[in-house]
Write a protein that binds this ligand. Sequence first.
Ligand SMILES: [Zn+2]
Length: 475
Amino acid sequence: MSHLVPILGAVASRPTIPIFSHTGEVLSRAVTFQFALDPNAQQRILFAKCAGARRFTVNHHLARVKVNLDARSAEREVLSESGDTCEPSTLSLSWSGFSFINEFNAWKNGQSVDSPVNEDGSRGLAWRHELPNDIFECASVDAARALENFSASRRGERSGAAVGFPRFQAKGKVTPSFRLRNRATPGRAPASQPIRFSDPAHLRLPKFGPVKVFGPTRKVRRMIDLGRFHIYSATLTQRAGRWTVSLTGVAAELHQAERSRTNRHADPVGVDRGIISLCVAADANGVFFESFEGVTTLKQALGKLKAANQALARTTPGSKGRQRARARLAKTHRKVVNTRRHLVHQASGTLVDRCQILVIEDLNVAGMVRNRHLTRSISDAAMGELSRQLLYKARWHGVEVRVADRFFPSSKTCSGCGEVRNDLDLSTRTYSCGACGLVIDRDLNAAINLSRWRPREHSAVTPLVPTRAALLSTA
Ligand SMILES: [Zn+2]
C-alpha cells in the first residue's frame, strides 16, 4: 500500500515533519497560487469528464454510507420494539479516506462483489482508463472529509452551524471541480515533477499535457526553481465558464530580513471595518493611518449583480435567453468576488507591510448576524476576509495580530475620554461625545479604540495559524 502514503501527506497540508526541497530549503508554510486557464477544446472536454467523475465518485460513497446508515437504523428500531439492546447485525462502514479509496478502486476495477458488469461481460467501470486515477482517489478523500464534518457536527465537536448529511452532487447544481496530486517527493528536481510549468505560459498536468495559463507566473516559477515552493496538488474549478487552477503546496518561510524588519510602525494599529471605506486604521495617539476605499466599487458591482438577477427572473425557463442571462449573472458574480478579493488583498498587504502590531475585532463570521444594511453587509464580508488574510500574512512577515474580544465596545466608546454611548446606530456617521465634546469620524474613533485594546491575559495574543480550510476558501 505504499502508493497511498503521499495521499495522506497531501491531505494534511500543514506538515508536522519538516519537508526539504531539492535545494535544501525547509518548507512549512501552506500557500496557494491561483491562475485562470485557457484549455484547448480537447482539454476542455477532458476537464468536464473529470469533474463528472469526481461527482460520480463522491455520490458513490455517499450512497453506500446512506444505505448502510438506513439499514442500521431500521434494524435498531426493530430491536428496540422487541426490547433488545444488542447492536444491529449490519456492521457500520469505515468512513476513512483510506478505506474509501480501497473500496472504490476494487469496485471500479471489477474486483468487488458489487462491481458493475458491462454489456460485453467484463466487470468494472468501463470508462475508468480514460481519466487520471487521481480524480477518483481525491474524490474519495473529499467524500470522507465531508462525512467527517457531518459526523463531528453530530457529535457536537464542530463549531458553527450544524452540518447535515453531505448533499449528493447533482450535475449543474455543484461547481465543476476536481483535484490532481503532484505525485513527487519535494526533494525531486522541479523539471521531473508531474505538475510543473513547462514554460512561462503553460502548466503541465499529468494526462492533460501543457495547459495555457493566464497571468504572470514568474513569481511562482522562481520559487519552484529555487526550491522555495513545492506543489502538493492542483485543483481545477470552472466558474462562469472559465477554468481556474489553484496550486496548493508548501513554501519556505519568508527571508529572515523580512520577518525582522524594524521600519514598521511600532505602536499597535487598530483596524476597524468602515462603512464608507473598507476599513480604517489608526494608532493609539489618534494618528490617522490609512483608510482603504472600495465600498463604492463593490456597491456598484453589486448593483449590476442585482440587475443581472432580475434579468434572469424575467426570462422563460428552458429558453435560450435564460441560458444567456444565467451566463451573464455568473460572470457578474465572478466579478464581484474578484473585485473584493483584490481590494482586500491590497489592504492586508499594505497593513502587514507598514505595521508591526495590528489589533482587529473578533469577527465570528459563522455566527455573524445577517445585516439588512447593504453597505454594512459589504464591509462585514470584506472585514471577515481581511481578518483571515491579515492572520496568515502577519504570520509570514513576523507581524503580531491581536484579536480584541467580541464584547469590546470599540465603536461605542469615546476615544477622547472613554465614555461609552449605548445609543449609537449605524446611520450615525460621526461620533460626538456628550461628556468631553469630542466630534470624530465614527470609524476612525473605533480604530483608535481598537489600537488601545490590551489583552487581559498575555497568552491571548499569539498569532493564529490559518487553517487549511481558510486557505482554500479563496479558491
Ligand atoms: Zn468623550
